[in-house]
Each structure stands twice: as structure tokens, then as C-alpha cells.
Ligand binder design. Structure first.
Ligand code: GCU
Length: 678
């Protein structure tokens, strides 16, 4: 619930005018959101001046907020707006311009751009920034998407905030108001696409493509539509077989192609602006083209041809690896898998296919190098997949603000076309002049009253949207902005919450698996310390700790050769011990515990220090939060307090298990004599 602003609203906000196609739902939403924000801030709705939509009318003569689509603007405003938007490549771009006499114009070529601009003005209003300050903002990524791992039974795979917002007991069954609020929330951060079901498509969700379910999918799509959000479905590659309609799902069989064409036609009859399919194939026991001796380009292109006549796209996941590996074979390396599978296919995917690549080569660990497919693929549309839900980063019981990690990923220089070939440039499509690109985040919301279980986990959702729109934003600035919009303007609160958020990822990394090895978690649910939980398993997730050393040799010289998947100079940087960054050392090299890091510490001393420091950081966070009592509302205060206190206990557990594990392996005591359980 928003509180009124102490000084009310600027003069221009007291009136508004709207210009654009009459009754356009997205434009209506933009106007309604702005009016609602003004009402919340001042107690009064803005007076509606002109702008019966469709009527190009005159420029308002009194100060007001005039919003609309370029083509419908009164001529007095149109010229300046046209000029402002001339350089913007996206129709979703918006411009804000001051108007003579104290008014403000908000303009876009498309209604969706007006909606994003309205939320921009709402941010300015709440943050006390001048409304009319000129600006042009264009999304860096065309596709800004949330992937829900929701199941029809109402559970959420890797969900930590309650049950699904979309499903109950095997049905698409949702609270219209709640979903509408969710759509508002997503639009306010610029998200424009959503995959509504888990990439692991089970029996019921396979039927979402049928007449029995499509009207309900369409209802859900209808709830998102006014907020400019297009719905996607995760599909089961074996659908024609599993639905009992064909004996095969071979992508090169004409019957299969025809089946998918009919499925696509059917979907578009119900949902004319349907986004397309998200596909997990030949991965973790999901069916795919390999069954038929076909490759992933065969599979993706077949689906893409079915969607193309309707303007839909296929988002094909690159998360493909052998999950039946042998820990005895030290040459086998899961990290290599995505690159090895997809590089040979570069150039074979149709233009309406995007390959969705996880940020790292493994699986959303707290620290991984960037996937070498970014910058590797040059003739394929790619998308970056991030995990907003905190599967491996504290499951929303720990605070772990992920924007600083994502920012490192986006800023990472692949050197694919020389310096400046950042991941952000690759995934936007710009680096290689690709027609499509984007960013997807695995959603962290559920039906918990605060959406994300941990109130501070909302910052991750917020940051995802803001970075997908503009990867150049600064994570600390985003944290500050989120805090002010969420908890208000008390500078003491803002400093403390920003401090907690910014300290949280480094702290989590410090008290969990060290120096990039990852995976020291309990198998299955992936929470809590278990240093050898995955060490002798089939999943390909090893650290090879023994009495002398730890780490995975992924060099070309003596290891799995994974470093060879990067362009120079990154390849050499990781290949050599002398240049490999400390935080990734054990990802790339197997070293003795006495190896000296760039920091000057030995590996074992770093492990001990990091684990003690990590716990201290959480203790600091608890104290910093405790001092906010009385400065923020008691409900959120208590809820976060309880989780932070729990986090201290969990961090201590991590510290002691990991320190003892390594102490028992190597027998080297802590230089500083702190207690390590024998
Ligand atoms: C991880 C996660 C699974 C998920 C998979 C994926 O392995 O634990 O729950 O299905 O990633 O991204 O497909």
C-alpha cells in the first residue's frame, strides 16, 4: 500500500491528457496506472483534460501530463517527440519532454512504450525527481521474460514463496485480481513476456495445447495482455506421442511437422498474440530429437516453422548435458557440454529461434564463469537465462541480492569481436547484428502475501527487470531505488537496506562452497551444506577434494580442455594459474591447499577466513536490520528479522561443516587459531 507523499504532487500531475487509439487496453492501463499513482500520492485523481483517444485535438494549454502514442499527438507536441524518438530502435521506447508552461509530455511510438513511460513517471513521482526532466529510454533487450517453473498441481519447482499464482489441483485456476497485480508489477519493471509453466512439462501441462485447456490458457493470457505481456508455453517435445496422436515425435517426419502446425494454428485461434514455445529437450530425462537421431536444430526449426506464420518464436534451452556421468572419469566435464552440443549447430537455427543459455556452464551456482557460448555462437539468436529464484543461493531464507552477480555476467567481455564484446551486447543481438535477443529470469514469486517469501528477495525481481531493460544500470543504484520505492525515503533506512543487500551475495559466497567449486549442497533440494553430496554422483558436479588439494583441472594443458572454449585473451587468463582470478581458481584448477592466491593467502587459509567472515557479515546484517525497528512497518520488520536470525544459524552450519570438512582432509590448522571442529 502506498503512502501519500508529504509534499503532494507537482502541479503538472494534477491534470492529464491521453492521446492514442480509442479504447486500446494497454494505453488505458498506462493512464489508469498514472492516475492511480497520483491519487495515492495526493489523495486526488488527476483531472482528465482532452485526449478522448483518437482525437488528435490541441495541445493542452494548462500544465498537465500529456501521454500518448506519437501518431495521435497534437501537432504542437508531435514534432519534438518525433525528434526525441528518432534514434530509438524499439517501438517500446519512450520519451519524456518538458512542455512550455510547466507541463510534461510522455510519448512512445506504441502503447506499450507509453505504459513503460508511465511507470517511469511513477518512479520519478515516488522518488521526488522532477517529472519533466527530458529523457529517452529504449529497452536494450527486445525480449524481457520471466520463466515460471509452475506445475499444474499448484507446486513450483524450485519455488520458495508459496504455491503457484496460476494453477490449483491440475487446473488453470487463478485469482484475477492477484494475477492482474502481478502483471502490473511485471510491467512496472519492463517485463514483456512470460512462460507460464515449468520447463519440465509433465502430463497435465502437455495437454495445455489441447482444446480442453486452451480457453483457460487464453484467460490467463487475457489477464497479462493489457500490461503488454505476451504468454509463452513450455512444451513437451514428445507431445504428439504422449497425447496418443502419433507413433513418433521425429522432427523430420512430415506427420509430426503437420501435427505441430495444427497445434500452433489452434493456439493462435485462442490467443492471437501468443508468444511461442519454450523447450527443454534432451536434458535431464526430457524427450527430444536425439531419440530419433536428429539434432537440436532439426527439433527447434520444426517447431519454429509451425509458429512462424503467426509471428511466434521458439526459445530452445541450451541446458543440455549428460546427467549420467562417471565420477571416475576425470576427463569428462559437464561444463563443456552446452558448447560442445551447440557450437556445431551455429548458423543452422531459423530466425525465429532463440537459444536460451544459462549464465554459467553449470547450473546457477553462487559463482561460475560466464558460459563460453556467449561470444562463441555468432550466427544464432541467443538469450541469457538467469535464476531469480534462489535455488542455489539461499532459497529465499537467506538474503542474497543477485544483481551484482548478474551485472558481472552482463559486463563480462567475451572478446568475441575484440574488446567490448560484452555479454550484454551479445544477448541484445547487437554484437553480431542478430534479429532477436533477450533476457529471461526464472521467477521467484508465488502466492505468499509478499510475493517472494523473503521481503528482500523482491529486490531480485525488481533488479532483473531493470537490468533486462538497461544492462548499464548500477546494482547499488537499483538497490537504492528499490529500497526507496519499497520502504520510503528515510535516509537511515535506505542506507541500511542498501548496505544489507550489497553485502549479501559476497557473504553467501563466503560461507558456502569456496573459490568457484560450487555444488557442496544436499542433493535433491540443493539447500544446506553437504561437501560430498554430489562428489560420487552421476550429475557431473565434482570438486575432487583429497588430502592434498581441491579443484577441477579444466585447462587445455592437463585438464578437460574447457578453457579452450573461450576466446583469447580470456582463454589464457583462465588457463594459467598465475592469471586465473582467485574467485574462480578451483573452477579451473586443482591446486594444493598451500597454493598461494593473489590475495596472498593460502587456499586453506582463505577457506577458513571466508567462512568466519561470511558468518560475521550475516551477524552485521542482523544488527543493521535490528536498528530499523520503528522506522519501517512492524510486519515487514518482524518477518525479515526472523529470516535474518535464521540465516545466522544456517550460515554457522555452513561455516562449520565446510571448515571441518577441509580441516579433516588436510590437517592444516587455522593460522588464527579460531575454533574448527575436529
Ligand atoms: C536445475 C534445477 C532443476 C531444473 C533445471 C533446468 O537443474 O535443479 O529443477 O529443472 O535446472 O534448468 O532445467
Amino acid at each position: 500500500q502506498e503512502s501519500p507523499l508529504p509534499d503532494g504532487v507537482p502541479e503538472a500531475a494534477r491534470r492529464m491528457a491521453v492521446f492514442g487509439p480509442a479504447g486500446h487496453p494497454v494505453l488505458e492501463c498506462a493512464a489508469a496506472e498514472w492516475a492511480r499513482a497520483v491519487r495515492a500520492a495526493s489523495g486526488e485523481s488527476p483531472a482528465l483534460l482532452a485526449g478522448d483517444a483518437g482525437d488528435a485535438g490541441d495541445a493542452p494549454s494548462v500544465p498537465c501530463v500529456a501521454m500518448g502514442v506519437l501518431s495521435a499527438l497534437p501537432s504542437g507536441l508531435r514534432e519534438a517527440a518525433q525528434e526525441a524518438l528518432a534514434g530509438a530502435h524499439s517501438d517500446e521506447a519512450y520519451a519524456v519532454l518538458p512542455v512550455d508552461g510547466g507541463g510534461v509530455a510522455l510519448v512512445s511510438r506504441a502503447p506499450a512504450g507509453v505504459l513503460y513511460g508511465a511507470f517511469h513517471l511513477i518512479r520519478r513521482l515516488r522518488l521526488g525527481q522532477p517529472l519533466g526532466e527530458p529523457c529517452v529510454s529504449s529497452p536494450r533487450n527486445d525480449l524481457r521474460m520471466l520463466d515460471h517453473w509452475d506445475n499444474a498441481d499448484g507446486t513450483i519447482e524450485r519455488g520458495y514463496a508459496g504455491r503457484s499464482l496460476f494453477y490449483r489441483a491440475g487446473q488453470i485456476d487463478f485469482d484475477e485480481g492477484r494475477v492482474r497485480d502481478y502483471a502490473r508489477l511485471l510491467a512496472s519493471i519492463g517485463v514483456n513476456a512470460i512462460a507460464i509453466n515449468n520447463v519440465n512439462v509433465h502430463e497435465i501441462e502437455t495437454r495445455f495445447l489441447t482444446e480442453a485447456y486452451l480457453p483457460h490458457v487464453a484467460r490467463l493470457a487475457g489477464a497479462f495482455r493489457p500490461y503488454g505481456i505476451r504468454v509463452f508455453l513450455s512444451v513437451n517435445f514428445a507431445s504428439p506421442v504422449d497425447l496418443g496422436e502419433l507413433p513418433t515425435a521425429d522432427p523430420l517426419d512430415p506427420r509430426v511437422e503437420a501435427w505441430w502446425r495444427a497445434a500452433a494454428d489452434r493456439i493462435y485461434r485462442h490467443i492471437p498474440d501468443f508468444g511461442g514455445f519454450l523447450v527443454k529437450a534432451d536434458s535431464e530425462f526430457r524427450p527430444g530429437p536425439f531419440t530419433y537421431g536428429r539434432d537440436h536444430a532439426d527439433g527447434a526449426n520444426m517447431l519454429a516453422r509451425a509458429l512462424a506464420p503467426h509471428g511466434g518464436v521458439v526459445i530452445w534451452r541450451a541446458f543440455v548435458y549428460n546427467c549420467l556421468m562417471d565420477w571416475r572419469d576425470r576427463r569428462a566435464d559437464r561444463a563443456r557440454a552446452a558448447y560442445d552440443h551447440f557450437m556445431p549447430l551455429d548458423g543452422r537455427f531459423l530466425d525465429n529461434v532463440l537459444l536460451q543459455i544459462k549464465n554459467g556452464p553449470m547450473d546457477f551456482q553462487v559463482r561460475e564463469p560466464v558460459s563460453p557460448l556467449f561470444g562463441g555462437l555468432s550466427a544464432t539468436n541467443v538469450m541469457l537465462e538467469l535464476q531469480i529464484t534462489q535455488e542455489y543461493t539461499g532459497q529465499q531464507r537467506h538474503v542474497c541480492y543477485l544483481a551484482p552477480m548478474w551485472k558481472q555476467v552482463l559486463d563480462f567481455d567475451t572478446h568475441a569481436r575484440g574488446p567490448g564484446s560484452t555479454v550484454a551486447e551479445v544477448v541484445s543481438g547487437r554484437l553480431y547484428g542478430r534479429p532477436r535477443g533477450g533476457m529471461a529470469g526464472v521467477a521467484n514469486v508465488g502466492d505468499d502475501v509478499n510475493w517472494t517469501g523473503h521481503s528482500l528477495a523482491q529486490a531480485n525481481l525488481y533488479a532483473f527487470g531493470r537490468l533486462a531493460w538497461d544492462p548499464s544500470l548500477d546494482p547499488a543504484e537499483i538497490a537504492r531505488e528499490w529500497t526507496r520505492l519499497t520502504f520510503g525515503d528515510d535516509p537511515y533506512v535506505v542506507r541500511a537496506v542498501e548496505g544489507i543487500l550489497m553485502a549479501s551475495w559476497p557473504a553467501y559466497e563466503a560461507y558456502t562452497a569456496p573459490l568457484g567449486v560450487g555444488w557442496m549442497v544436499n542433493p535433491g533440494h540443493h539447500d544446506g551444506p553437504n561437501p560430498e553430496g554430489y562428489e560420487y554422483s552421476k550429475w557431473g558436479t565434482y570438486h575432487y577434494a583429497d588430502w592434498q588439494g581441491v579443484g577441477v583441472d579444466r585447462t587445455m594443458a592437463t585438464g578437460t580442455g574447457y578453457t579452450g572454449q573461450y576466446h583469447e585473451p580470456v582463454r589464457s587468463l583462465y588457463e594459467h594459474l598465475e592469471t586465473c582470478p582467485d574467485e574462480l581458481l578451483l573452477f579451473f584448477h586443482h591446486v594444493p591447499y598451500t597454493h598461494v592466491l593473489h590475495s596472498g593467502k593460502t587456499v586453506i587459509q582463505h577457506i577458513y577466513d571466508a567462512h568466519f567472515d561470511g558468518v560475521e557479515a550475516v551477524v552485521w546484517m542482523v544488527e543493521a536490520w535490528r536498528r530499523l525497528e520503528g522506522r519501517i512497518d512492524p510486519v515487514r520488520f518482524e518477518r525479515v528479522m526472523a529470516r535474518l536470525e535464521d540465516q545466522v544459524q544456517r550460515a554457522i552450519e555452513w561455516r562449520d561443516v565446510i571448515n571441518t570438512y577441509f580441516y579433516r582432509k588436510c590437517g592444516i590448522p587455522d593460522e588464527r587459531g579460531r575454533h574448527i571442529y575436529p
